[in-house]
Design a protein around this ligand. Sequence first.
Ligand code: OGA
Ligand code: MN
Length: 289
Amino acid sequence: MKLEFKGLHPYFFAEASPIALSTVHEPETLAAIRAAMDAHAVIVFHGQAFTDAEQLAFARRLDGALHAKTGARVVAKNRLGEDEALTDISNVGEDGALLATDDRQRLYRLGNRLWHTDASFEDPPGRYSMLHARVVPPSEVGGDTEFADMRAAYDALGPETKAKLEGLRVRHSIAYSRRTLGFDFSAEEEKLLPGAEHPLVRRLPGGRRSLYLASHAAEVIGWNLPEGRLLLRELIEHATQPRFVHRHTWRAGDLVIWDNRATMHRATPFDDAHVRRELRRVTTLDIAA
Ligand code: OGA
Ligand code: MN
């Protein structure tokens, strides 16, 4: 049966027809998924029964090398094992119990509630992120994820703004973004997370452009700090207007793949002191294919 994609938002975000990704090896199907990613930027595949190993293997088949330089590895040992390419997106600690509200890991993870794109504080940053829902709260409890289309946001800018942004570069730092919430890395931790520089406007496969922004965006190179930060804030406000945003309510088994070059995302609040939410993320490296 042919794989089909149905758009769920006027600009981006599609739902794939039924398919078991752990069994997908044919180059044609993988190429069709990549082409659909270029068109839709975010795709949900329902009903995936991945083990950790299957999720990692599928990510490699789809897009090559995996990103293992998370900020989380610096804060605590990965409860999922040695492979830092498998990121624990949960409210659960090493003992399997829900994290206490003042647990440092929880405070670190709250940073996902700020609009961001994955691993922009590294070079290379993340390309595709693949987030698999293992245990999710009932939909009325919350815990949705919001996505914003940074291509549509770029397209909607006026010509003068587009001209002003051309060629600008931005320094991204997770120490900066976590500090805006009051979470402080120690000096040793910060040494492992020095940050990275990237263009503010990216050219995507197929020729469209996008605003490459994130909570991690800390300064515009060559501008004074306040003016640079005001520009970044103004652009993030612009890009996250409701018309550019789609909200995803998770079902267990969903795999959502997003293109970090073309979108931002953020977690939304829920009663995480009492309700379990466990997802696992694998992100690929944004290097030439
Ligand atoms: C992520 C992320 C948001 C969420 O996995 O990279 O930001 O809703 N997740 O858990
Ligand atoms: Mn993220």
